[in-house]
Design a protein around this ligand. Structure first.
Ligand SMILES: Nc1ncnc2c1ncn2[C@@H]1O[C@H](COP(=O)(O)OP(=O)(O)OP(=O)(O)O)[C@@H](O)[C@H]1O
Ligand SMILES: [Mg+2]
Length: 280
């Protein structure tokens, strides 16, 4: 696999920041493989959204380089190509929906890009199908549930045919059903269409579903690996004020009591299996 995004020694200070030493990102380097599903976890203010906005050239690095499919995000002539390669979905679906009919909403961005009408039709139908909202194409977005609205917002981004989609806490305002819908959609886009997904979240159960988990703290990457591995470092996470899923914590407490259990049984089912084995 090749990298679709390369972040090379990136530091970032907000331009309106009066203290030039207040780096929101500190020498961050990372490479995201095309087709991967990466979760980013971290406390409030750790720099997750800033990083996301750097990936699609909303912000430019103060120092260092970001390459999106080889294009430097600091090169203004590449802006459109970068934005259509990396799509962003934000937290509040209501702020992202612009039209009064679902399919018109999804058509909005490609129309603005000057995509021919016949092609727009194809893209809208395709995008709505990909997020499982095709049957709602003639509905009014404001009557949909939060999860459905957010899926329409995702379809609007997909209609630009991005190769990578960044979801910045796109489940944060949703109920548990809506959250599950978005997670399912993200996994589907990744598994069925090979779309690269970067999922920024506060929810450990969501992060656990990614194939790679990046943990940020105060503008730095403090852990990076498969979720099972990252979450098994219970004490390291605690030292940064973060925790592991309850499953891993339970197993960790058992280990502390001298009981031999693995720490990488991360899902409820896996953890239950370990406990059943133990009781036998
Ligand atoms: N426009 C801005 N101008 C100045 N500082 C900012 C701006 N936006 C964010 N910051 C600061 O940058 C730091 C990182 O913020 P960022 O929004 O990237 O964090 P985050 O990890 O996304 O947090 P959250 O979990 O709350 O969304 C914080 O200290 C924040 O106060
Ligand atoms: Mg944020």
């Amino acid at each position: 696999m090749s990298a679709i995004i390369e972040v090379q020694h990136v530091s970032f200070v907000y331009p309106d920041e009066t203290n030039p030493d207040k780096k929101v990102l500190k020498d961050v380097s990372l490479s995201i493989e095309e087709g991967s599903f990466v979760a980013v976890l971290g406390h409030n203010g750790s720099g997750k959204s800033t990083l996301a906005k750097l990936l699609n050239a909303i912000h430019k690095p103060t120092s260092g380089t970001i390459l999106v499919d080889g294009m430097d995000t600091s090169d203004p002539s590449k802006l459109l190509s970068i934005r259509s390669t990396v799509g962003m979905v934000f937290q509040n679906p209501d702020n992202q929906i612009v039209a009064s009919v679902v399919e018109e909403d999804v058509a909005f961005a490609p129309e603005n890009l000057g995509v021919p009408p016949a092609e727009i039709r194809t893209r809208v139908d395709e995008a709505l199908t990909m997020v499982g909202m095709y049957e709602f194409r003639e509905h009014a977005p404001h009557l949909l549930s939060g999860g459905q609205k957010q899926r329409v917002a995702i379809a609007g981004v997909i209609a630009m045919r991005p190769r990578c989609i960044v979801l910045d806490e796109s489940t944060a305002m949703l109920d548990p059903i809506g959250r599950r819908e978005i997670l399912h959609t993200a996994r589907h886009l990744n598994e069925a269409y090979g779309m690269t997904v970067v999922l920024i979240t506060h929810h450990m159960e969501e992060a656990a579903q990614a194939s790679r988990l990046i943990v940020m703290s105060e503008g730095e990457i403090i852990a990076d690996g498969p979720p099972r591995e990252v979450f098994s470092h219970v004490e390291q996470l605690r030292s940064f004020g973060l925790s592991s899923p309850e499953t891993v914590q339970l197993l960790y407490e058992l280990q502390h009591e001298g009981i031999l259990v693995p720490l990488d049984a991360i899902t409820d089912e896996e953890c239950a299996q370990v406990l059943v084995q133990l009781l036998r």
